[in-house]
Design a protein. Structure first.
Length: 213
């Protein structure tokens, strides 16, 4: 059965914010004496839950309380640079090339995501926009995708997810959806290709792959 609905990821997919994420991560690491990470290493080692990524990079255990502090510092720093971020070069073209319905599911905070989407000229494009409704981020996406599709009333087998992480693929698996992974975000292309999923270097290519699934 051909998929009729496309779920987009936001950060690292439609929004080209890798370098801001890396710099905000380094501010968080520096606050606890950690070494800096560059974009290549971040893409090679980043994963969810983010607390596990932080623990690996800092080479020690991190409890929930410390992760909460680091997560808040990350997001406070991230917000300061957000106004200078742009959409991925072909985001608008890719969105317009999908023939079915589309929605947006992000692990960014819902109260900030909705006005941001409007700022980028995407008001009315998506049938639903969902972000995190918690105070601390960094969790797996699967449960959020299940809730998102339930609210839309769309079964997973009719859905393709386009995202930049293996967590996006795992979330798609968990609801019986397909996934196309995009190399322009937070995960190294080699890791994405090793997963055996369809992988695209541009968003337009990602939509063409999604149409073929």
């Amino acid at each position: 059965m051909t998929a009729t609905h496309l779920v987009w990821d936001w950060n690292g997919t439609l929004l080209d914010d890798l370098h801001l994420v890396v710099s905000a991560t380094n501010v968080a690491f520096e606050s606890v004496g950690g070494r800096p990470v560059d974009a290549d290493e971040h893409r090679a080692r980043y994963r969810r839950p983010v607390a596990e990524f932080y623990a690996e990079m800092l080479e020690r255990a991190i409890d929930d309380q410390e992760f909460g502090r680091l997560d808040r510092l990350f997001h406070d720093t991230y917000r300061l640079g957000l106004t200078s971020m742009t959409l991925a070069a072909d985001a608008m073209t890719a969105i317009k090339s999908w023939p079915g319905s589309q929605s947006l599911l992000s692990m960014w905070f819902h109260s900030e995501l909705v006005p941001a989407v409007e700022t980028y000229g995407l008001a009315g494009v998506f049938t639903r926009v969902d972000g995190l409704r918690t105070e601390v981020g960094g969790h797996l996406k699967a449960a959020h995708l299940a809730t998102h599709l339930d609210q839309l009333g769309i079964p997973g087998h009719q859905v393709v997810m386009i995202g930049d992480s293996l967590d996006d693929a795992a979330a798609a698996d968990s609801v019986g959806a397909q996934a196309v992974l995009y190399t322009g975000g937070f995960t190294h292309p080699d890791k994405l290709r090793a997963s055996g999923r369809p992988v695209a270097d541009t968003l337009l290519e990602a939509v063409e792959l999604a149409k073929s699934l």
